[in-house]
Write a protein that binds this ligand. Structure first.
Ligand code: C2O
Ligand code: CU
Length: 547
């Protein structure tokens, strides 16, 4: 394992998309930001310089940061933001992650443009190091969104009105909207390939608000990994990918040398929402030999499921299984010390003078167990480490879990009006945790991509309707459940995850749809230190940004 050094300069950079130019926040002037190429077990040192007029933090999504929450990055959870003109050195310690992860800003909605791929190669001691033949090349494919307006304006308006945010003007693949959007003929990402090879596409959903479908015309994809862990390989015509999630696929270039479109399109389980204009395209261009005919200028688009095709979405997601072989063993906790149920819902808060634009003059809000999380003004990690009181409460969940009937139409108001709070759950070192994430059909029911920092968890089960604590556990997969850091909790359904709390620190858990995260669909775990030096949090670096 080696130590690798990077410099990230956060700055405003002009970019033109959809025929209009604006300044966006970038790292090193790039959109998407730089890709980090590292190997399993490496340590990455990143010097982040903030040259923008905006507070920012950088998060390493899916990296466990063993014993080192100081470099995790979520604003006001593990650090205070890096202020304009300041620098912060982050030390990213890789452990068992292998495959694709990513990094992104973790302050307000700046991650819309501040994000990039982390490619983690295997240790090449054994054969190719991969559990499949070594691919010819690696290609990060990042899905994202573009607003014509300044993202800070979009965010501020969203905060002010208490209503749903303005939807983006385009989806993008590696920063390009593609030919279906107005004024974007030349703004199409192009991947040039040789025929008869295997490419490893590292798909990352960096979109702010939506789950996506993705496919390539005339080509099947072989799924081999997700969220920095290998999966049992399977072939598929399309994939479903949640914001926050990564999926590694092998692409065999086994078609006639020509041009083919790849496309990503919104999947939404929300009702009554019409989705237009949400397909982004990129080109797969074969290198054409001398005696080939000229490729078509209008190649076919791939078939993608309809925007609200829940069956298609879960059909794909339900196929993910850990590779779980001798070289890549898994350790699913079996005896559980903490069984938790979190209800996940969107709801409303009353608004002074009915001036808000949410339903019936309310503000939209979101919660876990009816607590709508508020960010503190000093970070929770510092408060915990230095025993500063009054920053957070440890009452999560505050009562026996609130059990919503997902079919109930008229819930009592108290169940539909969350309390605001900064509540954490404290767990013992090495305890085993199971969380059942229970979706509800309160306002704007939709799938919620829930993401946990500091850990990978095993998705042992999921289903529709209310979780049945007698029956549903009988169907758990404890043999080869997928290992993920983000799980889409199905609308009106549930998902059960397990992890062993062997990483001391403060770890955020939240919905990876930014509007829900901002509305309060968040909580944090505090995992206590264990016995002995290897079970203790590392000390803070001396340059932690002050609040
Ligand atoms: Cu990818 Cu807390 O986030
Ligand atoms: Cu959500």
């Amino acid at each position: 394992a080696s130590v690798r050094h990077y410099t990230f300069v956060v700055e405003d950079t002009p970019y033109t998309r959809l025929c209009s130019t604006k300044n966006i926040l970038t790292v090193n002037g790039q959109f998407p930001g730089p890709t980090l190429y590292v190997s399993k077990g490496d340590t990455i040192i990143v010097d982040v310089y903030n040259k923008a007029n905006y507070n920012i933090t950088i998060h390493w999504h899916g990296v466990k940061q063993p014993r080192n929450p100081w470099s995790d990055g979520p604003e006001y959870i593990t650090q205070c933001p890096i202020r304009s003109g300041e620098r912060f050195r982050q030390k990213i310690i890789l452990s068992d992650e292998e495959g694709t992860l990513w990094w992104h800003a973790h302050s307000d909605w700046s991650r819309a443009t501040v994000h990039g791929a982390v490619v983690i190669y295997p240790n090449h001691n054994k054969g190719s190091g991969y559990p499949f033949p070594k691919p010819h090349a690696d290609v990060p494919i990042i899905f994202s969104e573009w607003w014509k307006k300044d993202i800070v304006e979009v965010y501020n308006e969203f905060r002010r009105t208490g209503a749903d945010p303005n939807i983006s003007d385009a989806y993008t693949i590696n920063g390009q909207p593609g030919h279906l959007y107005p004024c974007s003929k030349s703004d199409t990402y192009k991947l040039t390939v040789d025929q008869g090879k295997t490419y490893l596409l590292r798909l990352i959903n960096a979109a702010v608000e939506d789950i996506l479908f993705f496919a390539i015309a005339n080509h099947q994809l072989t799924v081999v990994g997700t969220d920095g862990s290998y999966t049992k390989p399977f072939k598929t015509d399309y994939i479903t990918i949640s914001p926050g999630q990564t999926i590694d696929v092998l692409l065999e270039t086994n078609q006639p040398p020509s041009r083919y479109y790849m496309a990503a399109k919104v999947y939404s389980s929300a009702e009554g929402v019409k989705f237009d204009n949400t397909t982004t395209t990129a080109l797969l261009q074969y290198n054409i030999g001398n005696n080939s005919t000229t490729p078509p200028s209008n190649p076919p688009l791939p078939y993608l499921p309809f925007y609200n095709d829940t069956k298609a979405s879960v059909n794909f997601t339900g196929k993910l299984r850990s590779l779980a072989n001798e070289d890549h063993p898994i350790h699913v906790p079996v005896n559980i010390s903490s069984k938790l149920i979190f209800t996940v819902s969107v709801n409303t808060l009353p608004c002074a003078n009915d001036s808000c634009l949410g339903p019936k003059g309310s503000r939209l809000s979101a919660s876990l167990n009816n607590i709508s999380f508020s960010l503190p003004s000093t970070d929770i990690l510092k408060a915990y480490y230095n025993n500063i009181s009054g920053v957070y409460g440890s009452q999560f969940p505050s009562k026996p879990p609130l059990v919503f009937n997902f079919t109930a139409e008229n819930l009592p108001t108290y169940l539909n009006t969350p309390k605001k709070g900064t509540e954490v759950r404290v767990v013992e070192y090495n305890s085993t945790v199971e969380i059942v994430l229970q979706g509800t059909n309160l306002l704007a029911g939709t799938d919620h991509p829930m993401h946990l920092h500091g850990y990978s968890f095993y998705v042992v089960g999921w289903g529709f309707g209310n979780f049945d604590k007698e029956k549903d556990p009988l169907g758990y997969n404890l043999v080869d459940p997928p290992r993920q850091n983000t799980i889409a909790v199905p609308k009106n359904g549930w998902a059960a995850i397990r992890f062993k709390a062997n990483n001391p620190g403060v770890w955020f858990m939240h919905c990876h749809l930014d509007r829900h995260q901002t509305w309060g669909m968040d909580m944090a775990f505090i995992v206590k230190n264990g016995q002995g030096p290897d079970a203790q949090m590392l000390p803070p670096p001396s340059d932690m940004p002050p609040c």
